[in-house]
Write a protein that binds this ligand. Structure first.
Ligand code: GLU
Length: 428
């Protein structure tokens, strides 16, 4: 068994690997291996029963040479400073590869959000802002949703920040609800972006998309819109999705060989991505174990749940048919598994390229907040399509030019861009 990977060690190892290939100077390496600033704080929250519970919160700003730090806030029971560091680091590369003028940040709270009532959740969100409001802001660091957080929570956080500042400041946070400073298209953006990258990869591989099959891990926001767009934009078929069952504390895979209906599954999924297995079974879905999604004979695999799920222990179970691995999640594949995928010639669309549609739409949201003028959904998605296609082509070109694995090529593009910004600012 591979031991549990520390995600920050994994992020550093990925960086070191490419830093070596690029022959980066030690000063650049030292700067980028670690976050620039880190905050860990306590958040006392009055619970509904009158007691006070103290939560641990984090905000890490990895690098802001290219612009204000940017990145989501996760509410997760197993959150640690190291997971937040890793995710903040990946955000720096993500914004650089998508070529949006932002840096990398990430936040978190150690909590299972499903254990909180709505009122407790609101007080925890406001408490998170009370702890960090002095070090975030539209020109410093702009949070957003991630695993375990929702547009409504972003709305509360924006309200709390605006109260503390004494002025309406929608640009302090993105992923807000539409009607409260949010952008049309933001909810679908990450999954939509994942499918744009798959479309571009298929063009490159000269693989017609119609009728191609996919299997997806997860059924949260990213996975749901990846499924919908894989079916509607590419005329493909999704044969299985997996989802975490909060009651049973394990994952299940929901399979339908003639294609799942993502809208039906959405209708029986709660806000944390748990699909109701009785209802799914009654509708003819085969309910399998949580790992079954990985072993399917499909053309495209989309891990869109958590980090560290494709490892040396299970990578060999991936079917020979899989031509594309599109990483919707952050950090789903370990370095050891990468080596196997490379050898097998699986075309990898690396996480911080593949899922950069979310943050790119967040950037559009901020731009609209600044203008106080809002675009149509069509306009947002067409701008997103352009940005994603351009980012994909830049990484592919680097990969072909230097004969690099796609992950290394994406790192190369991103690191070079952050290094350039640091030099132009006179930091190095
Ligand atoms: N949490 C998302 C990500 O990991 C979005 C970040 C953002 O919109 O700032 O990319």
């Amino acid at each position: 068994m591979a031991e549990e990977k520390n995600p920050f060690e994994m992020a550093q190892a990925q960086f070191d690997h490419v830093a070596e290939q690029m022959n980066l100077e030690p000063s650049v390496r030292n700067m980028l291996r670690w976050p620039m600033r880190e905050f860990r704080f306590q958040i006392p929250v009055r619970m509904d029963d009158g007691s006070i519970e103290v939560f641990f919160g984090f905000r890490v700003q990895h690098n802001d040479a290219r612009g204000p730090a940017k990145g989501g806030i996760r509410f997760a029971a197993n959150e640690t400073l190291d997971t937040v560091r890793a995710l903040a680091t990946w955000m720096t590369w993500k914004c650089a590869v998508a070529d949006i003028p932002l840096g990398g940040g990430k936040g978190g709270v150690v909590v299972d959000p499903a254990s909180l009532t709505t009122g407790e959740k609101e007080r925890l969100c406001r408490g998170w802002i009370d702890a960090v409001w002095k070090v975030i802001g539209p020109r410093n660091d702009v949070p957003a949703p991630d695993v375990g957080t929702t547009p409504q929570m972003m709305g509360w956080m924006m309200d709390e920040y605006s109260k503390l500042k004494g002025e309406y400041t929608p640009g302090v946070i993105t992923g807000k609800p539409v009607g409260s400073g949010g952008s049309l298209g933001r909810t679908a953006a990450t999954g939509f972006g994942v499918v744009i990258h798959i479309r571009e990869a298929m063009k490159h591989l000269k693989m017609p998309s119609a009728g191609k099959t996919a299997s997806i891990q997860g059924f949260g926001n990213v996975a749901q819109y990846a499924a919908i767009n894989f079916i509607e934009m590419l005329q493909g078929k999704v044969i299985s999705v997996s989802s975490w069952d909060r009651t049973d504390r394990c994952a299940y895979t929901f399979t339908k060989e003639d294609g799942i209906d993502p809208y039906f599954l959405q209708s029986i999924t709660d806000q944390y991505g748990t699909i109701d297995k009785e209802e799914a079974a009654a509708a003819g879905y085969k309910v399998e174990d949580g790992d079954a999604w990985l072993k399917k004979d499909v053309d495209v695999l989309i891990p869109a749940a958590r980090e560290g799920v494709i490892t040396e222990d299970n990578v060999e179970q991936i079917s020979e048919q899989v031509a594309i691995l599109a990483e919707g999640a952050n950090g789903p594949t370990t370095l050891e598994a990468d080596a196997v995928l490379k050898k097998r010639g699986v075309f990898l669309i690396p996480d911080f390229l593949c899922n950069s549609g979310g943050v790119t739409c967040s950037y559009f949201e901020q731009v609209q907040n600044d203008m106080n003028y809002y675009w149509s959904e069509e306009e947002v998605l067409s701008k997103l399509d352009q940005k994603m296609s351009k980012a994909f082509k830049a990484v592919l070109q680097m990969s072909l030019e230097k004969n690099l694995f796609m992950r290394d090529a994406a790192y190369w593009v991103a690191i070079a861009s952050v290094e350039r910004a640091m030099r132009l600012r006179g930091w190095l």
